[in-house]
Design a protein around this ligand. Sequence first.
Ligand code: ATP
Length: 315
Amino acid sequence: MNSEMRTPHRPRIQVLFDPAPPSRAPRAPFADVLADPATPPGLRAAVEELCRLIGLDRIKEALYGVYAYFTVGQRRQEAGLKAQRQTLHMVFRGNPGTGKTTVARLVGRLLHEMGVLAKGHLVEAERADLVGEYIGHTAQRTREHIKKALGGVLFIDEAYSLARGGEKDFGKEAIDTLVKAMEDHRDAFVLILAGYPREMDAFLRVNPGLPSRFPIQLTFPDYTVAELLAIADQMAGDRDYVLTPAARHKLKRMIVKAMDHPTGSFSNARFVRNVLERAFRRQALRLLQRREATRDELMTLLPEDLEVAAEHDIW
Ligand SMILES: Nc1ncnc2c1ncn2[C@@H]1O[C@H](COP(=O)(O)OP(=O)(O)OP(=O)(O)O)[C@@H](O)[C@H]1O
């Protein structure tokens, strides 16, 4: 009896399972790119900036997936295998200040460094930039923005406002022009539609032809209090400021209060940025009164710097 015949019969179910997963722990997205000394400096800088963003783990993972697809795609091409064309238009859903514009800018840079986009710049537009006042005007304005964005990213904030007036509105002309450009200039630019989650979902529902044109749909969650404090520390540190523990505690209370504000229009990291920018100005006014200040004092933000003069300044 040969060895093959002695092999016990394996139940069929076993072959349906994937082989055991590799035992190594999952690595952070882009860890290999950063660890590789051969990574080109431009790509490294863009990846470092992305990885430096606080939180946004799912977003980083998704972009790492795009990176993997293109990198392996290049290797496949080198091996004489068929090149796949990947549509890269994206939808970003998220509340104000959750990092959509920041990530869109980095997407442009990353895709440029990966050789996918010729320039990688970001062109921002909203309804008022695209929609004109007479027939043909909207198409012309929209085409101008597309032309500016060729080689980079066209980022349309509150994209659903293009559908605001229904069939008769010129916004429809902008949507049609964008859809046509996505066909005509398939690989020449990336279109990112951004906006609040609920409105964006409703917009995609009433335009059934749209979702399939946007294979990459990312959701930007609201930041937690801890993430917003980490963002504050990073923003202050980048500008050579530090918050004292008491100032940080005060900022925390301000964040919690603003989050619970009845208008429900908390602007996440933008709120933190506005509070800090006001604090930098108030610290300057405080120190101006004194003849001398030490280096430490010049860097330090105190709780009193975080006072807000009027509520409407911060939300
Ligand atoms: N994860 C993060 N880490 C550090 N800074 C962040 C992060 N997310 C956002 N920021 C900062 O917060 C500010 C607002 O972010 P951004 O403009 O990207 O938000 P947005 O979602 O586009 O907002 P809006 O929808 O209101 O235009 C920027 O200064 C940005 O650098």
